[in-house]
Each structure stands twice: as C-alpha cells, then as structure tokens.
Design a protein around this ligand. Structure first.
Ligand SMILES: O=C(O)CCC(=O)C(=O)O
Length: 257
C-alpha cells in the first residue's frame, strides 16, 4: 500500500475493532485547523436555518455553544480539509470503496459542557447504511475533559436501544468501555455501529473536535438530503426530552438553554 494514508494492518485493525487512531496532520496543519474551528465557533447563530446551524447548551456558567453543523459551504479551509484530503482517502480505504461526505459537525464541549450517552451512530443517519466517521481532535481530548470511550469489536450489529435511541442500560453495563485519549491533530476513526460514549468536560480546557461522516458514494451524495431531513424532523416534532436536541437520537446529555 505505498502512498496510502494508512497501512493494510491499520485497515485490518479497524475491521477487527471498529475504531482506529491515526496521526495524519503536522503541527502546522493542526494549528490551521484550530484557527478555522475558532472562526466557525464565533459565527452568529442563523435563526432562519438557511446557512450553518449553531446549537447551545446550558452550563453552570451560563449558555455555551455545543455544536456547529453544515459549515463547509461557508468555509473553504474546512471544506477542503473534509472533502479532498488525507481524510477522504482514509475513508475510501475503511469503507472499501469511494466515499463522499455525508455530514459534518463540530462538538465544542467547552468547560462544563455535557457528555454523550452510550450509542451507535447508525440509527441517527437516514438513507445510508455504509458509513464511517472520525473525530479530529482540535484540542487535546483527555479523560478530564470528556474524551470518547469505545467498545472494541462490537460493531457487527445494531444493539438494543432505549426510548432515546441510545444503547440499553443492561447492554451498556456488560461492555468493556475503553477511554481513547486523542491529542490535538490526531484522528480517531470509528465504524457507525461502534458503541461509544463520552463524559462531561470537568476541566477548565475546551475539548473541541470536528466529526465528518462519510458514506459509500455508491449509495449516493446525500449530504443535502440529510440536512433537509434533519431540519424537517426537528420542526415536526417537539423536543420534550429535557435535553438539548442536537441529533436525530437523544444521545447528547446537555441541558437546554
Ligand atoms: O463529542 C463527543 O464527546 C461525543 C460525540 C458523539 O458521540 C456524537 O456526536 O454522536
């Protein structure tokens, strides 16, 4: 696999475990990514939902931004990063065929920000069944600020879910959860059936991360359809969950503003 962004052994590790940690970016590239994410973080909320989406959560220190979505049409650097870089070449290898960007988000998890209940991503992704995501760490993602935790080798099937669309408690308790600390500029790939969760940010440092999701191009270029469907579902159903709604499943534990 000469010239390949990842080795055959890494593809095999991903296929066996459902996740893979890679180090594709130089310190200079990482610094650029940090700048770009800070730019999007400061964009005003578009209440008409005709451009990017910004989401907020309540913390003990007041409301804070918790997520941005649909930002690549409005940011060239991030668009190139997510659609024509080492990331797309890696997604092709992990999917075993040509990939296309399905959706993108930034989770900010600022100090005091909430974690995510144990879940698989697949139930939140309509129209496609072959997809892979990664977490590009913008800040060091560590135990104290709510790094991801994964379960190895449990990405074969959809697991039993609770009423929020998260993994049922009795199943969660039987799993061996493994925290994966990811340094700024490192990338954690995970299969859309890989069980994962994360705790709150109990530190004084942000834990920002970009999460692009790629699907097999053979299933179509569905990014616009995904965001249209998400908006439709958010508009058609009231959120009475007591949590901030950021996803088509109720995995985010953030308090509403
Ligand atoms: O950012 C995190 O801590 C978890 C993210 C996640 O699992 C999600 O957004 O579905």
């Amino acid at each position: 696999m000469s010239g390949s962004p990842i080795t055959l052994a890494e593809v095999e590790f991903f296929n066996a475990n459902g996740w893979l940690l890679t180090r594709p970016f130089t310190p200079e590239e990482t610094a650029r990514i940090v700048t770009w994410v800070s730019e999007v973080q400061n964009w005003q909320e578009d209440k008409t939902n005709s451009s990017w989406f910004q989401y907020f959560e309540m913390t003990d220190d007041g409301p804070k931004i918790c997520r941005s979505e649909n930002f690549i049409p409005f940011h060239e650097g991030l668009r190139d990063l997510l659609t024509k870089s080492v990331l797309t070449a890696t997604a092709d290898l992990l999917l075993g065929e040509a990939s296309v960007l399905y959706k993108e988000k930034i989770n900010y998890k600022l100090p005091g920000g909430a974690g995510y209940s144990p879940h698989q991503d697949a139930p939140a992704y309509p129209f496609v069944n072959n997809h892979v995501s990664c977490m590009i760490a913008v800040d060091d993602s560590l135990l104290q600020n709510g790094c991801l935790e994964v379960v190895s080798a449990r990405h074969q099937d959809l697991l039993p879910m609770d009423e929020r669309g998260c993994i049922r408690n009795d199943v969660v308790e039987g799993f061996d959860w493994q925290p994966v600390e990811v340094r700024a500029g490192e990338v954690l790939w995970f299969h859309s059936l890989a069980p994962h969760r994360s705790g709150p940010n109990n530190s004084s440092h942000p834990r920002r991360a970009i999460y692009p999701t790629y699907n097999s191009l053979s299933q179509g270029n569905l990014r616009d359809a995904y965001y249209a469907e998400k908006l439709r579902m958010f508009q058609e159903s009231a959120n009475d969950s007591g949590r901030t709604r950021v996803s088509l499943i109720g995995d985010f534990e953030g308090r509403p503003v």
